[in-house]
Design a binder for this molecule. Sequence first.
Ligand SMILES: C[S@@+](CC[C@H](N)C(=O)[O-])C[C@H]1O[C@@H](n2cnc3c(N)ncnc32)[C@H](O)[C@@H]1O
Length: 198
Amino acid sequence: MFELLGKQLRKPSGYWGKLVAKMMDKRNKKFYKEIINILNVKNGDKVLEIGYGSGMGIQLLANTKVDCKIHGIDFSELMFNEASKRNKILIESGILHLRFGDLLTSDFNNEKYDKVFCVNVIYFWNDLQLVFKKINSILNDSAVFCIFMTHEKEFQHQKFAVDFFKYTIETVVEELRKSGFSDVNYTFEKGYFISAIK
Ligand SMILES: C[S@@+](CC[C@H](N)C(=O)[O-])C[C@H]1O[C@@H](n2cnc3c(N)ncnc32)[C@H](O)[C@@H]1O
């Protein structure tokens, strides 16, 4: 049961995937609101969310009414469908472009972003250097990359998430610096909000 939930969080699918997405929406809204604050998206920015799940974060970002373009990538077909349904109007109006694919293997065809963010996705990446270098390569100069990750103590109480605690905050900061990011900072409010500049 716990293993199933862990797998669903990594890549939601089918009936259980829909339930897991509802659970994530309830739990993660406050984290999305805070990361959107930190991102400080400006008019004209091109923003990418990695692992958008149900698309709630994208919807909250669009609700700020900043005149930006929003892109998203997620490798769960269910989440691609759910997020597309939820944000149909944004897609039709050309504000939002959603992709179904794996960040690690997707070709961005020289597309570059001003702000990139991910919420509760870092636990599923095994090689941070590979991931951070890929993200660095799709950023404009001085662009911002923000990560939200849960505090390790949370995982100790949640049986489904025993495998999720891979990285301490110190490791993430160091790996970001090693992959070419500067001004790496973080704040803590029930989890880590990490920001880095290209
Ligand atoms: C735990 S869920 C978090 C969803 C959402 N960000 C939230 O916090 O509610 C992780 C999401 O990241 C996606 N994901 C994980 N690894 C990915 C990868 N390498 N490329 C694209 N999407 C990925 C999964 O499909 C899933 O939707």
